[in-house]
Design a protein around this ligand. Sequence first.
Ligand code: HEC
Length: 129
Amino acid sequence: MLVNAVSALMGALLMAGAVQAQEPDAAAQNRAWGKCKACHATDANASRNEGPTLFGIIGAPAGIVADFKSFSPAMKNSGVVWSEEALDKFIAKPHTFMPGNTMPFSGMPREADRKAVIAYLKSHNGLKK
Ligand code: HEC
């Protein structure tokens, strides 16, 4: 019995390790973020003219960043909260996910790239890694 419990525990630990290994690495994250960083920063109060800062974006309501003045009505009134799922759908096809938004970006078709961007945002927004 004890042996079974130990081997079950070992299996669980191995699986946890495997899941962690699937997290996109820093190089993949930086590469994917390269598609966004011309317009977006990730520091607090660091919006550019081109786009709002994405500091703290995960879990935040859309369109509320105070130092960005040019949100579209579509973004401001969307009622979207940026869960990881919502971000994934938005980044994949911004204008299908949220018609009328004015982000000049047509989308990121590869799921691996979107995962990498979201991992980047998670580790650059003041949340624990
Ligand atoms: C050419 C500039 C540009 C690029 C490139 C760009 N964005 Fe944006 N982004 C914007 C603008 C402008 C808005 C505001 C759109 C609106 O209000 O309708 C925005 C809005 C957003 C929002 C909503 C922010 C909020 O506060 O609700 C997220 C999330 C976002 N972008 C993520 C990304 C990601 C991730 C990438 C890269 C895959 C990216 N953007 C690429 C300009 C850009």
